[in-house]
Design a protein around this ligand. Structure first.
Ligand code: G3I
Length: 327
């Protein structure tokens, strides 16, 4: 690895996809953000722009302005795109009141959304999170609006509709809190196994890896990846960030950033060990992270670049692991 090699160069040499979740606005206004994104990452996902709510500001209206900004920027810079997400219980359109609809109307609504969004980007994105977070933390099926209207079959329908309009796009199920082997990942395993048995066109499972309150054991992550791959599915790390509760925070920034780098390194190694070739971090710089706005009790510097656009030890840990890994 040459000293001036960027993370993206090292990932390219390893045939590894290293990505970041991005927002449309800084792509229009922030030169430093754009420079980091195009130089350091070969894979891009839209943090919010491709979700149902942002795509559908008014009834009967699709607004692809921000989504196109993200997708087109990525394609202009030879970056693959991971689209997130078609069916979720969060960020449905503010004007949309599910209780105003019969189950049949909800099915038509979701079908139109999947066909329109996945169809528009059929030749522009590599992967879609077709369904996000359909399993509750206790392992039961989350009783979201789609489940209440259509039962578990809403997942089958969403994947089939996406496959109808984007047959060459990889179709994923994506969830959080299921990175190691636990009651939730057991339930997800059982769910995707049932879907496969029903002939549903699902290609992979996204492990979000929001390593916030507790961190999954590395061996448990490896075991979890292996069992999904044994089903014939691909696995991607889709929303990686690393934060700490006060009791787990070493207290000073340098020590915290080294502890954080160790975890990023461990997960990168387990990806390489287990044949996972995609890892996306949930933001470009610490100042772009969602965490400070959602959790007061978590440290707010979870990513690879600090708020001054400089690489952190976690950046070096991933780059060196990718460069020096030997199976
Ligand atoms: O864009 C609007 C802006 O116009 C408005 O003025 C402002 C205040 O209402 O809201 C802005 O939208 C916010 C959006 O982030 C963009 O900043 C939404 O309110 C806010 O809810 C949204 O939060 C996102 C969250 O998902 C929604 O649940 C976070 O940015 C995003 O990082 C987070 O990402 C999720 C993944 O999609 C799924 N996995 C978990 C992950 C973290 O929750």
């Amino acid at each position: 690895m040459a000293d001036d090699d960027r993370l993206r160069d090292v990932a390219d040499d390893r045939d590894f996809q290293i990505g970041a979740a991005v927002a449309a606005q800084p792509l229009r206004t922030d030169a430093a953000y754009k420079k980091l994104l195009r130089n350091e990452f070969n894979y891009v996902t839209a943090e919010n722009a491709l979700k149902m709510g942002p795509l559908r500001p008014e009834e009967g209206v699709y607004d692809f302005t921000d989504a196109d900004a993200v997708v087109n920027y990525a394609r202009e810079h030879d970056q693959a795109v991971r689209a997130h997400t078609l069916a979720w219980h969060n960020q449905t359109p503010e004007w949309f009141q599910e209780w105003d609809h019969t189950p049949g109307q909800l099915e038509n609504f979701l079908r139109d959304h999947v066909h329109t969004a996945a169809g528009r980007y059929r030749s522009k994105v590599d992967t879609w999170d077709v369904v996000n977070e359909a399993v509750a933390d206790d392992g039961t099926m989350r009783e979201n609006l789609w489940y209440e209207a259509l039962g578990e079959e809403y997942l089958d329908k969403a994947f089939r509709w996406a496959n109808e309009v984007a047959p060459d796009t990889d179709l994923y199920y994506n969830d959080y809190g299921a990175d190691g082997v636990n009651v939730k990942s057991d339930a997800i395993y059982d769910l995707v196994e049932r879907m496969l048995d029903r002939g549903v066109p699902i290609d992979g499972v996204g492990l979000q890896m929001h390593a916030l309150h507790e961190k999954p054991g590395i061996d448990s992550v490896a075991e979890n990846i292996r069992r999904f791959k044994d089903l014939g599915l691909d696995v991607e790390i889709t929303e990686f960030d690393v934060a700490y509760l006060p009791e787990d925070d070493p207290g000073d920034q340098e020590a915290r950033w080294e502890k954080q780098a160790d975890f990023y390194r461990d997960i990168t190694e387990v990806c390489l060990d287990e044949g996972v070739d995609t890892m996306i971090v949930w933001g470009v710089r610490d100042s772009d992270s969602w965490i400070p706005g959602w959790f007061e009790n978590l440290t707010g510097d979870p990513l690879l670049f600090d708020s001054g656009n400089d690489p952190k030890p976690a950046y070096d840990a991933i780059k060196e692991t990718l460069a020096n890994y030997e199976a």
